[in-house]
Design a protein around this ligand. Structure first.
Ligand code: FMN
Length: 192
């Protein structure tokens, strides 16, 4: 199973980094798989620590993909990496094993502490739509425009039926980013 989480790490200079990552559950361990190059990868290798933050505030996912990485943080319990202040729950990790790979190394981590902070209030289709569009945005340079357009048309259905204020704000940031990418592609074609 893969959980879509917000991973916090920090550098050896204690500079915190926040990034969305799909984290795999692997025989009681957590497997983080960042594509190179990645600040999360460098930080985890350098400090051996990370925190998984489970949040239903999809603005954090969309924000990280659109240059909005400054989310409130608080100290964790057993690791020096901070957690998101407003997460539903968090899991503190220590790196135990690395499987090297030129494209996507595998970082196996053990859980050293976990805690709940707020209740999960149920599934929401607009949150799913925002997550999927955030993933699309992380791959914009590698996907044909036709694929982006067709996926957006489908994801917009759940978004329009179910979005609350947080989902609408996140969606707006992502649409701005996609529009900017579309204009760049059009300008490149005009220049040819
Ligand atoms: C829901 C979601 C899941 C993601 N999962 C991964 C992942 O497993 N590995 C990865 O390298 N990037 C993933 N990304 C993209 C990264 O968040 C993004 O590219 C980020 O900047 C990673 O690089 P960084 O560690 O330098 O911040 C995901 C994005 C989203 C929205």
């Amino acid at each position: 199973m893969i959980l879509e989480t917000i991973v916090t790490t920090h550098s050896t200079e204690a500079e915190t980094h926040i990034a969305p990552m799909g984290v795999h559950l692997a025989d009681g361990q957590m497997l983080v798989m960042p594509f190179r190059p990645s600040v999360t990868l460098e930080n985890l290798l350098a400090t051996g620590q990370a925190v998984l933050n489970h949040t239903d505030d999809v603005r954090v996912f969309a924000g990280c993909l659109t240059g909005r990485r400054r989310w409130p943080l608080v100290a964790s319990e057993k690791v020096s990496v901070p957690r998101l202040a407003d997460c539903l729950s968090h899991v503190e990790l220590e790196l135990v094993r690395v499987e090297e790979d030129a494209l996507r190394p595998k970082l196996y981590c053990s859980v050293v502490h976990e805690a709940n902070h707020a209740p999960f209030k149920g599934f929401n289709r607009a949150q799913y739509s925002v997550l999927e569009v955030a993933i699309l945005v992380s791959r914009l340079g590698r996907l044909p425009w036709s694929k982006v357009e067709s996926e957006l048309a489908y994801l917009r259905i759940g978004f329009e039926k179910c979005a609350g204020e947080r989902e609408k704000e996140a969606w707006g940031w992502l649409m701005e980013k996609i529009e900017g990418h579309r204009n760049e592609v059009i300008n490149r074609m005009v220049d040819l």
